[in-house]
Design a binder for this molecule. Sequence first.
Ligand code: HEM
Ligand code: HEM
Length: 224
Amino acid sequence: MPEPAPGGARVKLWDGPVRLVHWALVGLIAFSWWSSEDHLNWHRWSGYAIIGLVIFRIWWGFAGGETARFASFVKGPRAVVAYVRTVGRREVATTPGHNPLGALSVVAILLTLLVQVTTGLFAVDIDAFEAGPLSDRVSFELGREIAGWHELSFRVLQGLVVLHVLAIAYYFVWKRTNLLGPMITGRRALPSDPGLAGAPWWRLIVGVALAAAAAWFLSKGLRF
Ligand code: HEM
Ligand code: HEM
């Protein structure tokens, strides 16, 4: 890799919570996929953990460190088009965080995950034996229909993840930019230090508490 640039800085790009949420999502989504066939009890537990992670990531998108914040990476169409024009260039990418195009993929993955877990909560299996904890709030027919959306949303998620991994491989091979290393270590060499702001500890604690409480409450079918 031609990084770091001479005179550049080794920057803390992704904070611990972003990395932990990312790799936990990867593991749990794989587990949810596997357990969706014959282990629906485990599938639901894995799903509740994913609900907690997604809620935490959304909170962190407003309260977390600079590169985790939606406001720092979600850009308008103009910025996306301007970035797309540079995407074919064979040069090391130096955006300190998600680029405007990658940001679209991040938002799409998070939204699809929200659809995935919400439909799961209402889904009913064909024999009505297995079901999500909110399925008693809808008719059997609607629960079955929602199970169909749950399956469809998983196909969309699979497509997005394939694109996601292909994009990372493209950056590695064509743009000689290793995005994977920083998602593991948190650090990345950049031409200069962008002075990224971190987040105080209390926001992490509040986020974890909020996410865990919401996931627990949902697992109980919104009943105390
Ligand atoms: C990212 C999280 C999740 C993923 C990737 C996922 C994926 C899947 C897949 C692939 C199926 C099989 C669909 C089929 O072939 O019929 C399934 C079924 C099911 N899931 Fe999930 N799921 C997730 C979260 C949840 C959650 C949070 C719940 C509820 C707590 C849930 C409840 C169910 C139920 C009840 C079924 C059986 C529905 C049927 O048999 O048609 N899932 N899930
Ligand atoms: C179920 C599978 C996956 C999901 C749902 C997923 C989701 C995400 C999300 C939501 C982000 C944004 C991180 C944030 O700001 O919180 C992200 C970033 C990232 N993911 Fe994944 N990911 C998956 C699989 C993978 C795999 C297999 C790899 C390894 C090749 C990978 C490597 C990365 C990297 C390197 C980034 C940072 C990209 C950048 O620099 O902008 N992901 N992923």
